[in-house]
Design a protein around this ligand. Structure first.
Ligand SMILES: Nc1ncnc2c1ncn2[C@@H]1O[C@H](COP(=O)(O)OP(=O)(O)O)[C@@H](O)[C@H]1O
Ligand SMILES: [Mg+2]
Length: 354
């Protein structure tokens, strides 16, 4: 395995539910049909429809889309909890489709751990034994697995609750147990299927912070499903936006908000506070004569919201500087254009007729 090998590599992946599902992938006639037409004509649902992407090592890869768009099916295909209908799938360069039962079991126990919305905790076991469950399945001796479980429980804020039963915990605490159980096996990648959707907004926010912290501290690769755009923008290094089984856009939060691939995506991101996602790299204009030598310097990834403050403090434009080089400048005009959404090149600007 090389350092640049993706954790997951997915090519032309299909999952079709229904009679004679095999006939759907690769058939040009069926490919032209909408999800509804396909269902009417064949009785089949293409839950995942010709999807290709890589998950890079160390990133949070978010799969976002409305309910029924194929998110859960796609992520379950990664470890073949659902068997793909066709396509290629590799983990660390190893062909997952070709794996036998033993190798697959090994993958699910050690290499990829899943965190679900409904925590799937064992009600009659203590928190500690729930956290240790995956280690028990791996065959780790009791004392050793309980010691490891205690460390991981503390890591996610469950200290002092180790001997409680799941029924004696709040929803947020139960989800911490689910998270700890997944972390305990020290998997190379964590897969989250809408883990926080059932939680109250404040607790949900706490859990998102927890994920961000874990990611920052451990650099663990994560695939995170959500139908919530704000959650996707907050957590994702990259976001794959799904619709009817296909990926309509794959990019960084900034790319998706600044350059929606089509009207569907544009509509999806309409209410996002753009200045909190878009950076000055996109907002800047070329420096004019004399401007590149003076003025406050900002890094290219400075958010527009922060740049507005910097410009307010300096009372003038700021320079966008990388490696000592001035890439461009931003002043109020450029920054407010982002806030107002007037920077979207893909969308023709309307000129008021007089
Ligand atoms: N076992 C199944 N049999 C038939 N259809 C299914 C099955 N599982 C999911 N589907 C269908 O596949 C589509 C995608 O479902 P799912 O992956 O659960 O979407 P999401 O997680 O985005 O809500 C939906 O139309 C759903 O009804
Ligand atoms: Mg789902």
């Amino acid at each position: 395995m090389t350092a640049t090998e993706p954790v997951f590599s997915v090519r032309d992946l299909w999952k079709v539910f229904g009679p004679k599902a095999d006939r759907i992938p690769g058939n040009a006639e069926y490919a032209a049909l909408s999800a509804e037409e396909l269902r009417a004509r064949t009785g089949c649902t293409a839950a995942v429809r010709d999807v290709s992407f890589d998950v890079h090592k160390g990133e949070v890869f978010v799969v976002m889309g409305l309910s029924g768009s194929g998110k859960s099916t796609l992520v379950r295909c990664l470890t073949r909890l659902i068997e793909p209908t066709s396509g290629q799938l590799a983990m660390d360069g190893e062909d997952v489709i070709a794996m036998d039962k033993n190798r697959l079991r090994e993958l699910r126990r050690h290499r990829a751990a899943m965190v679900f919305q409904h925590f799937g905790l064992l009600p009659h076991r203590s928190v500690l034994d729930n956290v240790a469950y995956g280690l028990e399945i791996q065959g780790m001796p009791r004392a050793e697995r309980r010691a490891k479980a205690a460390r991981v429980a503390a890591l996610v804020g469950l200290e002092g609750l180790e001997e409680r039963r799941p029924g004696q915990l709040s929803g947020g605490q139960q989800q911490r147990v689910g998270l700890a159980r997944a972390l305990a096996v020290d998997p190379q990648v964590l897969l989250f299927d809408e883990p926080f959707s059932a939680l109250d907004p404040l607790i949900r926010r706490d859990m998102q912070e927890e994920v961000i912290r874990l990611h920052r501290e451990e650099g663990r690769t994560m695939v995170f499903i959500t139908h919530d755009l704000n959650e996707a923008l907050r957590l994702g290094d990259r976001i794959a936006l799904m619709r009817d089984g296909g990926i309509v856009q794959l990019g960084t939060p900034e790319e998706i908000v600044a350059n929606p691939a089509d009207d569907y995506v544009r509509d999806f991101v309409r209410d996002v506070p753009r200045e909190q996602v878009i950076s000055v790299r996109r907002a800047m204009r070329p420096a004019r004569d004399g401007e590149s030598g003076s003025g406050v310097a900002l890094k290219p990834d400075t958010l527009v919201s922060d740049a507005i403050e910097a410009v307010a403090r300096s009372g003038d434009y700021c320079r966008v500087v990388e490696d000592g080089r001035t890439l461009g400048v931003v002043g109020y005009e450029e920054l407010l254009a982002v806030v107002a959404g007037l920077d979207d090149d893909a969308e023709p600007k309307e000129v008021a007729a007089v």
